[in-house]
Design a protein around this ligand. Sequence first.
Ligand code: GTP
Ligand code: ATP
Length: 785
Amino acid sequence: MAVPTIALYASPPSSVCSSPYPCQINAHATYDFELNSRSSSTTSSSASSSQKPIVGGLSRLFSSPAVKHASFSGDREELGSLWHDRGDELKELGSSFCYTPSKYLAGSSTKRDQSPVSVLHGQVSCSSSPPMKITRERSGCDVGFQSSIHGSYRGGANGLFNGFVRNALGSCVDYDSPSFEVRRDGVDYGSSSVAVDELTFAMEDSFVEANYEPYAKELLLGAQSRHKIFCDDFVIKAFYEAEKAHRGQMRASGDPYLEHCVETAVLLAIIGANSSVVAAGLLHDSLDDSFLSYDYIFKTFGAGVADLVEGVSKLSQLSKLARENNTASKTVEADRLHTMFLAMADARAVLIKLADRLHNMITLDALPLVKQQRFAKETLQIFAPLANRLGISTWKEQLENLCFKHLNPDQHRHLSARLVESFDEAMIASAKEKLDKALTDEAISYHLHGRHKSLYSIHCKMSKYALPPSLPLSVTPTHGQAVFIKLIVTLIIIAAALAPALGSLKHELIVWKKLNMDQIHDIHGLRLIVEKKEDCYRALRVIQRLWSEVPGQFKDYITNPKFNGYRSLHTVVMGEGTVPLEVQIRTKEMHLQAEFGFAAHWRYKEGDCKHSSFVLQVVEWARWVITWQCETMSKDRPSIGCDDSIKPPCTFPTHSDGCPYSYKPHCGQDGPIFVIMIENDKMSVQEFPADSTVMDLLERAGRASSRWSAYGFPVKEELRPRLNRRPVHDATCKLKMGDVVELTPAIPDKSLSDYREEIQRMYEHGSATVSSTAPAVSGTVGRRS
Ligand SMILES: Nc1nc2c(ncn2[C@@H]2O[C@H](COP(=O)(O)OP(=O)(O)OP(=O)(O)O)[C@@H](O)[C@H]2O)c(=O)[nH]1
Ligand SMILES: Nc1ncnc2c1ncn2[C@@H]1O[C@H](COP(=O)(O)OP(=O)(O)OP(=O)(O)O)[C@@H](O)[C@H]1O
């Protein structure tokens, strides 16, 4: 039989994915566009209209036969799950308020993958005028890459891309290249440890033929019908290995474990990940839950995939630790965890972990309620913000909506029902069409996309502003005022509980606290991106001619930029009918700033948090890597029918001189490091300066505990540190981002009294046997003769 061979080449990741994916299904489409030259705008505008979502895309394409194997009962964090029709679930969780432009409908030959993190992205529908085509010149991304490696990427001593980020970009360029120079745990595997052609492999007969369970074949076929990347030999090989690794394992739902691996990989494929990432998605649980080793994956798939799988495994372990210790509920530690996740792992490993978590959340119902809650809490505190920081808004929204559903089922049900009534997607579509036409008539070049606000985002907005009805809506309380109002309301509620006479006042306040849905003006929104500043105002006039404006809602953040530099025009109009429509108008440059710069949306959404420049750099780097990764894929796809596909953001907006958030020398490539410290079974995420050692950690731990001796010296001998599960023999060894240091006192404080009691009992009862519950001590405890 024919033996397909696969070799890895030093080609860009997009090379395996150069064709359209005819059966790709987008649960939450995000579309990217560029400023085009005018002439055929009508095609895109009309095409992007009122199509229903293809949310059923993730629903089961086939039914898995029951597989008669014992349930897998590993104690890994991740869950078994009931597979149910996710089409319905997704519909309920937001997609019902989402629609997909017809030009990207499944089955369409012009369909393409969508980057989740595009510079010019929209979630619902998009159109663009075709006038000024911006060619993707070499000075774009490619050249940017080169310069980022060999010199200052952006120039300037204070450049955001200096130091850490520049290095990170270097590694980004090397993705998927076959240099295979890997350093793991300080071990240099050497650039020649696995040569490219050693990775050539042959499909085994058993793979093509027999050994498969029938369900596995169906799973593969199903994945292939949804995304063409699953026809790639490299990915098929990964599927085969995942099948072998998880054979016989079941999820709590009774479904084969492999299904989870495939769904995770499909989610990644949908957002445009390449074959290495999709393969790693298939294998993401194999290190923890099966007999596969890092070395085996390394030999079979190369360092790229092996490192990604290992990265995901490490993130899973950290997440499990954090969940068990409830670390995510502490704001500071949760923030450090976010940073550590992004900084310690290849950003793509975070992407895989997010896809894994998204599928687990989609199928959470199979778990007991307590676990559902624990996962939902952690997802809301750790993973949804990570998706937000990476700019993958579709995943962020799905994660949040799912958490909302599990944590506040009543409110979720209530709000869903209301939104089903009030959400008017046809209105967005027709407003877009109208605006498309008017802008074309005015010869304004533009990109336009519409979105509806997600369920959870509406919920947050409704509970955020505790405004008395007498205050005009345009007045938004500051954070401090909002906290104060909440405090007063809470006090009155408590007082009302104690004094029934205050009951009616309490009722008033509860009603008063909530912002009515009618008072939220951006449930339906359009964003218009134009070429020049003047065009913003020209477009505004066009909009004012088309619709009547809601008084008091116009904001000119171009003339008066926000404190963070955010620039845009905002207006709310009464679109078609009685539904308000928010329209944001900005130039492409302003949009870059709003997506990636100082005024980045993720920071706007995270609120008042003070982020160090290190955190900002890490986030921007991670977003950049993911953006590039996904968009390069789309870029090289000839089938799109036009060569104006997406250009990654190669230059970040610069920070002004003296900006407190810009790059600072003390926060350079060796920046702060975050490590996990586990002491007396309590976990904390600690921040250390670069070059810190285990000894520094011991000193910090000693200083904080009673073990700090009266002479000012830490009693280090008592702390037996283990670094990443291995005993530390040399305390001067350096700490690395994401290290886990366990401190196990030789005689644990807590157990000391137990220990004494045990000895006492031994003497009293003349027993020479130490109970198994007694803490281990060095040496043997025997009966005194
Ligand atoms: N990226 C980014 N977007 C922003 C920023 N400020 C506002 N926006 C966007 O603009 C929208 C409306 O902002 P504003 O017109 O200032 O509205 P507001 O006063 O906050 O009141 P609401 O619309 O009720 O929230 C937000 O929902 C965001 O989408 C910012 O600093 N950065
Ligand atoms: N009018 C709009 N048109 C298109 N996209 C928008 C519009 N307003 C916000 N977005 C985008 O929609 C996504 C979801 O934003 P979301 O509605 O949750 O919050 P927000 O509107 O930005 O902020 P807030 O809830 O504080 O008003 C973000 O990517 C945001 O940039």
